[in-house]
Write a protein that binds this ligand. Sequence first.
Ligand code: SAH
Length: 363
Amino acid sequence: MPDGKELPENSAAHQLAEKIERDGPISLGEYMAIANAAYYASKDPLGEEGDFVTAPEISQMFGEMVGIWIADLWLRKGSPGHCHYVELGPGRGTLAADALRTMAKFGCDPMVHFVETSPILKSRQAELHHDAIWHESVETLPEDAPLLIIANEFFDALPVEQFISTQAGWRRHMVARNRNKFIAIPGTKNIGTQISTSSKDLPAGTILESSPVSVEILSQISNRLARQSGVLLIIDYGYDRPGTGSTVQAVKGHLPISPFDSPGTSDLTAHVDFHALANVARTQFLSVHGPAEQGQWLKAIGIDQRAATLTEAAPDHLEAIDAAHHRLTHVDEMGRLFRVMAATSTDWPEPEGFVYADEEESV
Ligand code: SAH
């Protein structure tokens, strides 16, 4: 039986197997892009009954804190009348709902734009946001006013490429088929010229990762912020300094599985390289703040007080509020692994929340 024919037709696995059979091995980034596009187009993966839970789905406090952070900046900027709230990969629209409700209390009522490719998630978002405007990419975002851009767990869903050091030189990590399974193999072309001089002598077996798609999206957004002014907030799990090793992982039904087991039916992610993203923003002359740990950032902008107020209003929910607060802020939960980084055009004020960030840690 030709390779891939045993797989359900129209499945991402079938499409990938056929492509590899026809054209030969594809890069890891291509594999991730096709797998994730199929994955997000096929289902709403969020929530306890899905594959993973994100911070805004844990508690309204998360989106409220993001809303307070934006409103504070907007007020200190002098309350510009016309601006755009932009969210990249807004999931179910929960963060936007909590943030916009909070911002409205301060008089901040921007137009709402969502950059989203999944038709299923678009219709979830439309249930909560009747007046939003959807975009397939950041290119079509409006050009006439300041942008307030939020990306929570967006960049980790974008594809990465990997380069592996072999005895014969640096090679791109490719995905091939072997005995009806997807496997990663070093490519045949020597790509040593693409590796920075400082990494050239790393021992055989070392893997370097980069996300050209993330860099491209961030440079487009940074360019807009520099021209139109505004702020960007990125929250995601990742690392502050350049590192080595693969961070690609797959999750299905809240459990880790091999990234090569079921493309298109598991969530494929990679850790976000904040160092690289910060450099892109700086190239466009934006000010970069952080990254800070999510727990420290949330506490610095008042999540403890918000939890206390919510508990006062609904004492029966004390345990649930405490549990959510713990999950969002504790170092053993999302508090440390998740990082918060902001980039602002030079005419916007200094954002709150980055006071706890250790100077040594900042990129
Ligand atoms: N921010 C939400 C959802 C995170 S899941 C939350 O915190 O709950 C990742 C989101 O990014 C989903 O909405 C997914 O459909 C979207 N997404 C993934 N790849 C994308 C791409 N290339 N362009 C636009 N949206 C994308």
